[in-house]
Design a protein around this ligand. Structure first.
Ligand SMILES: Cc1cc2nc3c(=O)[nH]c(=O)nc-3n(C[C@H](O)[C@H](O)[C@H](O)COP(=O)(O)OP(=O)(O)OC[C@H]3O[C@@H](n4cnc5c(N)ncnc54)[C@H](O)[C@@H]3O)c2cc1C
Length: 407
């Protein structure tokens, strides 16, 4: 069957979040509204934040998903909610020019703060915790690159502290040539984070309907006629595709790719360094590993990405990749990582510059897409919600042009 967003398997094996309470939302099984102001396609974290940004503006909003809510990539996320982009600022300065690069990094930092404030204001129970970040030197970015990075961040008024090899050893017992320490980050249970926002949307009158697949869209007289797989038509003034790695075919281009990634979670109360509960850790390497702890003392480790959109489906790799992640982490922190309780693998969207693609779908007037690709997809979902909701509400967002579909 024809569909606007190619259906793909998004995950292999269940992550720990699938076993936590409040990770689901009750939905409607049938469409009750066929004429709305805003149709949001996709009930993951991007759709949830999008709906939240439009609440309280007296709009008729409908959210649909071809699956159950939160069963796409948001369920697989390790939810390190970072402002640090995959491509360092000093590097992005060179490719985009420092004016744009700084605004992107500053916007990312603001988005983490905004998301934290929203979670706080709505009292969403999702184990949201503020964290520091430790970005370690690695094979792609060594000590000299990290020095240049701290300078670039200081010039952009972003706080960042360079740690020398000796300081890193003394405070963290990690043997790398340098690291950057920052404060602006957070972590959460991504399924509970998403379900919290979706419940709030529902309580504010936004219906969420599952098993509705959007297959076609036509602009007619300034509105959109949107077709579903079972032959229904929804009329919508604005349509927002929050479809994650199942992107709109019309925005596909060579600058983004779907790769494979792996993650694991240990048993609770796993031995770990004391400092880990306050930090998210990652490294300037390609592929990089990243890790954090959870409130119940699990260690979550992820990475080992492969440039293949289906390698994550290989059952043998679920074990072999997790063994590599465990070994690399043990070598780094000097703690033996026990047999994991959860191992999972997933598709993962990346872009050449580590940037999301946000805005009006090319060639369409009132159709938008939020493609928050890269290691900080959740932060990008928040930026997308802010930028796209502004466009729908008729306010200009000064950063709207920073995340185009074509670069
Ligand atoms: C293993 C892993 C670890 C990650 N770690 C982090 C991290 O630490 N920090 C971070 O910030 N980000 C991380 N990410 C990225 C982050 O999880 C994603 O950016 C985010 O979950 C994407 O959310 P989404 O709502 O856009 O997509 P999804 O959660 O996939 O939701 C999209 C929804 O759209 C629906 N859909 C698609 N097409 C249609 C259609 N035609 N009709 C109806 N419905 C449709 C799908 O069914 C799906 O439910 C990670 C991702 C993975 C896979």
């Amino acid at each position: 069957m024809q569909t606007l967003t190619r259906k793909r398997d998004l995950r292999k094996a269940e992550p720990l979040w699938a076993d936590t309470p409040r990770h689901t939302v009750r939905t409607q099984s049938r469409l009750s509204a066929h004429d709305v102001d805003v149709l949001i396609v996709g009930a993951g974290i991007s759709g949830a934040l999008m709906a939240n940004a439009l609440i309280a503006h007296d709009l008729r909003i409908l959210m649909v998903d071809r699956r159950k809510p939160i069963s796409g990539s948001s369920m697989a996320s390790t939810a390190m909610i970072q402002h640090e982009l995959d491509v360092p600022l000093h590097q992005l300065n060179r490719t985009l020019g420092s004016a744009s690069a700084r605004r992107i990094w500053q916007r990312s930092a603001r988005a983490v703060e905004n998301l934290a404030s929203l979670v706080d204001a709505l009292r969403i129970p999702c184990q949201f915790e503020r964290r520091n970040t430790l970005y370690l030197s690695g094979s792609s970015y060594g000590a000299r690159a990290l020095q240049a990075e701290v300078k670039a961040r200081e010039a952009a008024s972003l706080e960042a502290t360079l740690l020398t090899q000796a300081e890193l050893r003394a405070r963290f017992d990690i043997d790398r040539t340098a690291a950057i320490e920052t404060r602006v980050s957070a972590s959460a249970n991504p399924a509970q984070l998403t379900s919290g926002f979706l419940r709030h949307a529902q309580a504010s009158g936004i219906p969420i309907v599952e098993n509705v697949e959007i297959t076609d869209i036509r602009e007619i007289g300034g509105r959109n006629a949107v077709a579903t797989a079972d032959g229904q038509i929804i009329l919508a003034t604005h349509v927002v595709f929050c479809t994650g790695y199942e992107f709109l075919k019309s925005v596909a281009n060579k600058n983004h790719a779907i790769v494979s990634t792996w993650a694991l979670a240990t048993a609770p109360r796993h031995p770990r360094p004391d400092w880990l509960d306050d930090y998210l850790v990652w490294e300037g390497a390609d592929p990089y590993i990243y890790f954090r702890s959870t409130r119940d003392g699990r260690i979550i480790v992820g990475g080992e990405d492969e440039k293949s959109d289906d390698a994550f489906q290989d059952p043998a790799k679920l074990k072999s990749k997790s063994d590599i992640l465990r070994r690399k982490l043990s070598d780094l922190i000097g703690f033996r990582i026990g047999e994991p309780e959860y191992r999972w693998a997933a598709a993962f969207g990346v872009t050449a510059q580590g940037l999301p693609m946000i805005g009006r779908a090319p060639g369409m007037q009132n159709v938008f897409a939020a493609m928050g690709y890269g290691g900080n997809g959740i932060t990008f979902s928040q930026i997308a919600a802010e930028i796209i909701s502004s466009a729908i509400l008729g306010h200009a967002d000064p950063d709207a042009a920073l995340f185009p579909f074509t670069t």
